[in-house]
Design a binder for this molecule. Structure first.
Ligand SMILES: [Zn+2]
Length: 302
């Protein structure tokens, strides 16, 4: 029977690299690099969220990672909103990320989906309905890229129900693409980004030991996706959505839910977790991670 090892760490985790004295220093080996994973920004014009996001961006710039990868829910939100409201939030987001000094790659969250909720009044016939607005503005819903010796895969884990709600699902089109894409990656270490988690202990902690995940909280066909990832050199799965910080090691893969830039939706700490993001230092085929608290104090916190 395979061993299951759970780690729940708030702070710092090391598997092969040594922690740096100065976290902004560049790695010495030319194949080594660092990147930032920031998730659940939930940018809105309320709660001083833009100022908070700019503070996170300043901190990221000071750390000089090679690139930034988002975990989705960049805006709050487009699901149940008019086109004008959704458009203005995408514009606010796109304007704000211009302050980053390095490239940014995006993953799509449920809150980027335009007009899915019937309450939006948007018809599915709208030319930018659903994931099209996101794809026109930020990125393809799924894709891959290489950085140095690592292969990065961004998956879309947002399925739609017949009743126009979302649930966690990686569709068949992506499953077929993923098999081919990972085969092409060969022996390269692989990192995956997906908004809704493939694996999490969040419900045990936040709801109770006997509670499971709802359909909107976990990928419903996670077993199918994980079975594919385990056939390749997958090292890391970066997840968002739960505003929860955890690192689960299972069958050699780390499933890290990366906290939230907005923590409790810009209203303070969540389960003791500050507003923050992950800085990941890659050393050869290994990595270390650190949750960076960028020092935001929300206006509602006394
Ligand atoms: Zn989400």
């Amino acid at each position: 029977m395979k061993k299951i090892i759970f780690f729940l760490l708030i702070g710092f985790y090391v598997i092969g690299c040594q922690p740096k004295q100065n976290s902004s220093s560049k790695p010495e080996n030319s194949d080594d690099f660092s990147f930032v994973f920031m998730t659940d920004i939930h940018l809105t014009e309320k709660r001083n969220a833009r100022e908070g996001f700019l503070q996170a961006i300043d901190t990221i710039n000071s750390l000089s990672p090679d690139f930034v990868l988002t975990g989705g829910d960049n805006i709050m939100d487009a699901l149940g909103q008019t086109y004008e409201r959704s458009d203005s939030l995408y514009n606010l987001y796109q304007e704000t990320i211009k302050n980053l000094n390095m490239p940014i790659y995006h993953s799509m969250g449920n809150h980027e989906v335009f007009g899915l909720y019937k309450s939006s009044g948007i018809s599915p016939d709208h030319e930018e309905y659903g994931k099209k607005l996101y794809e026109n503005r930020l990125a393809k819903r799924y894709y891959s890229f290489d950085h140095k010796n690592w292969h990065f895969v961004v998956l879309d884990g947002i399925g739609f129900t017949d009743k126009r709600r979302y649930y966690g699902k990686v569709d068949e089109e992506q499953i077929e693409w993923l098999k081919k894409d990972l085969a092409k990656a060969g022996k390269k270490p692989i990192a995956v980004s997906i908004h809704i988690p493939l694996l999490s202990i969040g419900s045990q902690i936040m709801k109770g030991p006997n509670e499971g995940m709802g359909k909107g909280e976990i990928i419903s066909n996670a077993n199918e996706v994980i079975a594919i990832l385990e056939q390749h050199n997958t090292k890391l799965v970066l997840q968002g959505h739960l505003h929860f910080l955890e690192d689960i090691q299972y069958n050699g893969i780390h499933y890290i839910t990366g906290g939230a830039v907005s923590s409790q939706w810009w209203q303070g700490k969540r389960y003791g977790m500050e507003e923050g993001f992950l800085k990941i230092d890659v050393c050869g085929k290994d990595f270390t991670w650190e949750y960076i608290d960028f020092g935001w104090v929300p206006e509602t916190e006394s």
